[in-house]
Design a protein around this ligand. Structure first.
Ligand SMILES: [Zn+2]
Length: 183
């Protein structure tokens, strides 16, 4: 892990990204949030909306990039910093490179999908025409804890649903018989 010290301002932007993550969590989306800063102003923000939008591309960073591009009326975000609570995936790293964002701050690593440090090093790969200054670990504990709590609750819900299904089958043996006949 790269050792970093952060300014009050940088912490503030990551807190805003965490606020976005919270917005995702309350509607049952994986709690990841992102903001994009230009001249000290947040010009784009987003949280994961994959389930509600029925769209695999609706990651926090993609939504923040879209909003920032619309705000600046430009696909180039070359004077911007992107903050995101969890390490970007391959798709989002690709979007960051394509938007020419020069600096990224992320919170916790994603060992299963992270494409910045965990699985790949896309943002710092010198074979690409654009490389990014990466800062990891800013408010990582908060970001990570939100993810852990979210998946714990999701597992609990799954377990409860499975239990309820089982109970329904026991109380309706005829139906069970029918379904076994069909298969
Ligand atoms: Zn992503």
């Amino acid at each position: 892990m790269r050792e970093q010290t952060y300014t009050v301002q940088q912490r503030h932007y990551m807190e805003e990204a965490l606020f976005e993550a919270e917005q995702a969590a309350v509607i049952g989306e994986v709690p990841i949030g992102s903001v994009i800063v230009h001249d000290g102003q947040i010009i784009g923000r987003g949280h994961n909306l994959r389930e509600h939008g029925h769209d695999a591309t609706l990651h926090a960073e993609i939504r923040a990039i879209e909003e920032a591009c619309a705000t600046l009326q430009s696909w180039r975000l070359n004077d911007c910093q992107l903050y995101v609570t969890i390490e970007p995936c391959l798709m989002c790293s690709g979007a960051i490179i394509n938007a020419r964002i020069p600096e990224v701050f992320y919170g916790a690593r994603d060992p299963k999908a992270g494409a910045v440090d965990s699985l790949y090093a896309t943002l710092t790969d010198s074979r690409l025409n654009h490389t990014v200054a990466v800062h990891e670990g800013l408010l990582a504990k908060d970001a990570g804890e939100r993810m852990v709590a979210f998946f714990k609750a999701a597992r609990r819900r799954q377990k409860a649903a499975k239990k309820a299904r089982k109970a329904a089958q026991v109380s309706a043996p005829d139906k069970l018989l029918d379904s076994t006949k069909k298969s």
